[in-house]
Write a protein that binds this ligand. Structure first.
Ligand SMILES: NC(=O)c1ccc[n+]([C@@H]2O[C@H](COP(=O)([O-])OP(=O)(O)OC[C@H]3O[C@@H](n4cnc5c(N)ncnc54)[C@H](OP(=O)(O)O)[C@@H]3O)[C@@H](O)[C@H]2O)c1
Length: 202
């Protein structure tokens, strides 16, 4: 069965963005993106690069891992504000929102319903794995559905910001098994964790 994979960049202190909810890796961002990190994405996860980056890097590979991407409205709007209505035209692209009335792009499917029900339906269909892009609020709603975590741990701490799962997420313990890791020379670490089959105490 297809898996839901939360493939996410995080600081060592567990944040995915600063407190302002802006793009930390954008032109005014504080989050350095070293060359070996980009190269690792190009070689291992080319489908996770947004279309302008793929074009700039001459990446055309379909990738082997994901054919679908899910994002929350606030993450999607970061691209929208930059004039990008669909950053991932090479993937099936679903945006969760109860407030966006109409999709700004024919390639983007707006979903107003329950993300858990949508993910369970997607898992039943054939295809590659499903990439949960974020942000923290959507990931919090989908915590129990995540089958694999790929944390792109960045060598920085920021003290405050948006956590991996939103501050509103429920307390819900899950155990993970480290199944892969890559340490890059510039200090980023890609950590892959698969969900352990059993919950604690069961
Ligand atoms: N480090 C990384 O790799 C990475 C990746 C992605 C995002 N980010 C960062 O994450 C930040 C945004 O995260 P965020 O937590 O503020 O917001 P988010 O999860 O991107 O979006 C939240 C919105 O998604 C919709 N949503 C969430 N849960 C829902 C549910 N259960 N049912 C229906 N719709 C739901 C709602 O939209 P409506 O209000 O329209 O209903 C909600 O306001 C940005 O700063 C971004 O840069 C970082």
């Amino acid at each position: 069965m297809r898996r839901l994979v939360y493939f996410i960049a995080a600081t060592v202190d567990g944040f995915i963005a600063g407190p302002d909810g802006a793009d930390p890796t954008g032109p005014d961002g504080f989050w350095p993106i070293p060359q070996d990190y980009i190269q690792h994405l190009v070689s291992e996860y080319p489908e996770t690069l947004p279309a302008p980056a793929r074009a700039a890097l001459s990446v055309t590979a379909a990738g082997t891992r994901f054919d679908t991407v899910l994002e929350g409205r606030r993450t999607y709007e970061i691209g929208l504000r930059a004039g990008l209505t669909n950053a991932y035209p090479h993937l099936r692209h679903l945006v969760f929102s109860r407030t966006l009335g109409e999709s700004p792009d024919p390639g983007v499917e707006l979903v107003a319903g329950d993300p858990v029900a949508t993910v369970r339906e997607l898992k039943q269909a054939d295809g590659k794995d499903i990439w949960l892009l974020g942000g923290g609020e959507l990931a919090g709603a989908l915590h129990a559905e995540i089958d694999q975590l790929v944390v792109k741990l960045a060598p920085l701490t920021i003290g405050a910001g948006i956590p991996l799962f939103s501050r509103q997420a429920a307390f819900d313990v899950h155990l993970w098994e480290l199944t892969d890791h890559t340490v890059l020379d510039t200090g980023a670490v890609f950590l892959t964790y698969d969900r352990k089959a059993t919950a604690p105490g069961s």
